[in-house]
Design a protein around this ligand. Sequence first.
Ligand SMILES: CCCCCCCC(=O)SCCNC(=O)CCNC(=O)[C@H](O)C(C)(C)COP(=O)(O)OP(=O)(O)OC[C@H]1O[C@@H](n2cnc3c(N)ncnc32)[C@H](O)[C@@H]1OP(=O)(O)O
Length: 157
Amino acid sequence: MEAFQDHYDDAVAHCYGCGRNNEHGHQIKTCWEGEETVTRFTPEPYHTAIPGFVYGGLIASLVDCHSTGSAAAAMYRQQNRELGSQPPMRFVTGSLHVDYLKPTPLDGALELRGRIVEIKGRKVVVETDVIACGEVTARGRVVAVQMPADFGGAKAA
Ligand SMILES: CCCCCCCC(=O)SCCNC(=O)CCNC(=O)[C@H](O)C(C)(C)COP(=O)(O)OP(=O)(O)OC[C@H]1O[C@@H](n2cnc3c(N)ncnc32)[C@H](O)[C@@H]1OP(=O)(O)O
């Protein structure tokens, strides 16, 4: 299935979390499953916090890019637009909050399941459960904001 991130233009496909053109990054892929957005990612042994458990910064990074991708997909869906249609709508992180509910075992794939809780103007709020071995171990809340055309002096693509 095509992921949201597959539709990012090359100009914005270098993100450490989700850019397919960043060979050092996580290159996450996110898709719709009904009303939820889903990312699956398998941490490497070096993504360790305490031996046997996943580093919290990795979890935050996954929540971040899962959510900005979800925000874009939600806005396209709300406007009845195809994901690849022009002009593109891309989202950056305004706010990233993660609650670490219990240690996340470093034992196979993590699943992130996101819900769109608000769409207002250029803002989309996404809540995400991080699931490891069938248990929710962390929960994220991201305020994603549509990337301005002059973001960082760059032209939005
Ligand atoms: C595109 C492919 C790559 C995706 C990568 C995604 C992951 C990333 O790492 S992105 C990089 C990290 N993020 C950044 O660098 C963003 C830096 N910040 C900015 O550029 C700006 O502050 C930006 C764009 C977030 C918001 O600025 P601006 O466009 O002026 O927004 P503004 O009009 O003030 O606010 C719009 C709405 O968002 C809300 N909002 C803005 N910033 C925040 C914030 N920090 N916290 C909560 N809400 C916020 C506002 O309250 C407002 O909501 P409402 O309409 O309800 O009042």
